[in-house]
Design a protein around this ligand. Sequence first.
Ligand code: CA
Length: 232
Amino acid sequence: MPSFRILIVEDDKPVMNLISTTLKVHDYSHIIAENGKEAISQSVSQKPDLVLLDLGLPDIDGIEVIKSIRSWSQMPVIVISARGEDSDKISALDAGADDYLTKPFSVDELLARIRAVQRRLSYMESRNESAIFTDGALKIDYAAAEVTVRDRNVHLTPIEYKLLVLLSQNTGKVLTHAFIIRSIWGTGVETDILSLRVYMAALRKKLADPEGKEQYITTHIGIGYSLERVAQ
Ligand code: CA
């Protein structure tokens, strides 16, 4: 099996060395880019399985690199940046980043995020073969547009169903408020974060597991929502 290949985009040599050594020790192969233009050309020519991206690059901003990659590819991008404000995370996630780590970061956390990307990729491969989504007691039959929790039918409004499908198709990924609103209502529609919050609260209530153990939807305060894999 070909090994998982990661493109590291970083202009800071010590950080680059830390990441590349960590990847090597854990049997990931890697390629490197020290600026944004190199990052774009490497992602086109080398088609890595994952990009680890610094935002503060010497030539163009990392956000521009994400936008450029997203114009032709869905390859996973994890941002590793010193910019730690929520607004920075939101603009990176909105541009299409899959995840965000703030510097200084822990090597163990980086490895855990990489494993999460690998799980999502293998899940997406298996999903292509199946029209049924399951997560713990939650089951979505995409073909029949039917949702059950512990075999109990859950009656969702069309918008609640669309929200759940969007989240389930991006399991483990934080979707920003703006991304969700754009995906569900399209652009130019007057829907705000407050109404989204109301829809999500209703959805969450309907999905509540009668045994009360499983929380599918995670709220990321000030950022958005994600659907998480619950323990099997
Ligand atoms: Ca930098």
